[in-house]
Design a protein around this ligand. Structure first.
Ligand SMILES: [Zn+2]
Length: 224
């Protein structure tokens, strides 16, 4: 398996560079002012960013989008159609989203950059399959690398302080769960992602976990 290129800011927030034949796909963009950190890794690999794909519209995932889109003006920026509205700071709800306990939590700072493309589950971004993963945000997605079954799960799972869903605060690192939009939906997503049987889990927060099945099972059991 090729290495996963994880870029971590302070060990807390991750972005990833996925190798493709035509260049690199950047998954998420960290906090604001993280462009330099990403550029250092791009230079180390020696290939340009040709796509920027976002798991969701929270500020710690879209923070350096404007900076990086300016550095790589030809890169195709994409996000789910649903979270594209949040990226544009439109907090209106879709029919059916007015659920008990649902609330848009966490920061949605928006970006000046408008996505060139919005995707839906089942679409492809290079070798990545877009997987529906709503719950943390209404339009959250995960990306499954169809070549090696690495699952870039955004904030559907966190591994900081142990593998956990973001349906319930993990006392060792509660922040992602505190920003979750609708917990029952997030639990369904966590189960669906486990059912994909990923070869590794590459989360938005925490280390990459190889062969994560048993740890995902334990995280799901912890919800009951
Ligand atoms: Zn988030």
């Amino acid at each position: 398996m090729p290495d996963v290129n994880r870029i971590s800011r302070l060990g807390l927030v991750n972005a990833y560079l996925v190798d493709e034949e035509d260049g690199l796909t950047l998954i998420d963009t960290l906090l604001p002012k993280s462009g330099k950190l990403v550029l250092e890794e791009v230079e180390r690999i020696g290939r340009p960013i040709v796509r920027i794909a976002l798991t969701h519209a929270h500020g710690d995932h879209v923070g350096s989008l404007d900076e990086l889109a300016a550095q790589f003006p030809d890169a195709e920026v994409s996000i789910s159609a649903r979270d594209a509205r949040l990226l544009a700071k439109d907090k209106s709800l879709d029919p059916g989203e007015d659920l008990p306990g649902a609330k848009l939590r966490g920061s949605y700072p928006g970006t000046k950059t408008k996505p060139a493309r919005t995707f839906a589950p089942g679409d492809r971004v290079g070798s990545l399959e877009v997987i529906a993963a709503p719950g943390h945000t209404p339009g959250h997605v995960a990306f499954l690398d169809t070549r090696d079954r690495t699952l870039y799960c955004g904030d559907a799972y966190s591994t900081l302080g142990g593998v956990a869903t973001t349906a319930k605060p993990n006392w060792k690192f509660p922040l992602p769960a505190m920003a979750t939009w609708h917990r029952p939906t997030e639990i369904e997503t966590a189960k669906a992602l486990r059912a994909l049987d990923p070869a590794r889990l590459a989360p938005g927060h925490g280390k990459v976990v190889e062969s994560p099945a048993a740890q995902m099972d334990a995280a799901l059991r912890g919800l009951q």
